[in-house]
Write a protein that binds this ligand. Sequence first.
Ligand SMILES: *Cc1c(COP(=O)(O)O)cnc(C)c1O
Length: 375
Amino acid sequence: MHGVNHTVSYWEYLGEYAPRREEYLDAVDRVFSSGRLVLGREVAEFEQGLAGYCGAAFAVGVNSGTDAILLALKALGIGGGDEVITVSNTAVPTVAAIRASGATPVFVDVEEDTYLMDASLVEAAVTPRTRCLLPVHLCGQMADMVPLREIAGRRGLRVVEDCAQACGATYRGQRAGSFGDAGAFSFYPTKVLGAYGDAGAMTTSDPELAARIRRLRFYGIEQGYHAEEEGFNSRLDEVQAAILNLKLPRIEAAASARRDIARIYDEGLAGVGDLGLPFVGGERRHQYYLYTVRTRRRDRLMEFLTGEGIQTKINYPHPVHLMRGYSTLGYRAGDLPVTERLARTILSLPIYPELPQSHAERVVEAVRRFFREGR
Ligand SMILES: *Cc1c(COP(=O)(O)O)cnc(C)c1O
């Protein structure tokens, strides 16, 4: 039908890089010429910018989103013997970070239509060892923070938000990373706010927590090569911070471009076959890090789209609780039925700010044809 098919990419950054190459290279040169390569002026500026953007008092740059979660838990004094309630329907690093802190992840199931932590299941998972709720704002949409924060308040629990996929998402006008005791962000290149390498940060409005995370990211040292406590090396380097400083002011425009793509999908795919579209919960603004649909014919749809030159991905094909690496946590198939069903039915369509609208329209046309022809 299309003759020679040009690939519809799932994600690529070169469309963003090409027109801004000089700007990026100038930023890198500025860092290289500054005499300061790690934890310098660019990092300080980015921390201030991110905190302001998220509506938190402080941000602390670290070297990945995984470390942001780990250091937030450590700084809150959470570790061995403690339980952290989270979801299995997430990227592995959420769980890896909890395990690295020494704590035990306890999984609750998710809502079928938002893919997010089901707040109605949380209370039953609380035990005397529970210390923290760790909801994941998956796909770019915030978990239902109002009931979650209410439960945490009533049960004396901390809240760490995994904001890795949701920088700039809001709930009742308030941004991700400003609801919990701490918010953990990843600036891995594909994310809503992406560096050109690894980077992360945590936000908080608690000055003591911010100070402790600053210390933990630098071997536990505050000054004079003297460790106040056992720490880590998790610094953010100046080059990545300089790139993030260029990109942070553009995040709203980038998210709005993502929402334009999402609207093409929402309108073009409504009521098609058994396709379930991402549901946006009340009073929330979705950043569309991912546009994830669900259908019982997922595998065939994916294969069909591949044949049409359209790249798609499954985020994620294996729930963490059923992965070999986490078998010691003792979960079995059937423990989290919604999470397990989603792993079999979800498919993420191409979405990134520079994706041409014509590509999104091609995706819509191909998906509709798949269901119309009953493949
Ligand atoms: C990307 C991601 C992380 C980890 O971030 P890194 O920077 O890759 O360490 C954590 N949680 C979620 C939900 C993510 O998508």
